[in-house]
Design a protein around this ligand. Sequence first.
Ligand code: ZN
Length: 115
Amino acid sequence: MSFVDSPDNVRYEMNDQNRFYLCRHCRNHIVTKNNLIRYPGYLCENVVNVGMDPVRTWRYLDDVAVLNVRCNDCHRHIGERFYTTAERRYLLHPDELLYWDGSRLHPAPTQNGTA
Ligand SMILES: [Zn+2]
C-alpha cells in the first residue's frame, strides 16, 4: 500500500496484457481489474496511489464506518475505505475513474456494464 507522494507511485504498464483503473482527473493509476469485486459498486482490494483523510473524519456510509479515500496526486475524493481492522477494502466511485482496457482509455463502466 502506498501513502507516499507521487514520485514513488505505482505505475502499471499500459499494454494489451493489463486492465486497470485510473483517476479520471489526473490519470494516476489506482487499481487493477483483478482486484475489483464488482458488487456492490466498485468494491476493491489492493488499491494503490491513494491516501486517506485523517481518522477523526470517519463517518457512516450505510451503517458502515468509512474514511474518505483520495487520489494522492490530485487529492480528489475518489472513494471510501472501510474503517475496520478486518476489512481492508475500498469502495471506489466509478464516475471518478477511467478504465484502461488494453488498448485505450475510456470512462469506467457503471454497475450495469455501460460506460
Ligand atoms: Zn487524481
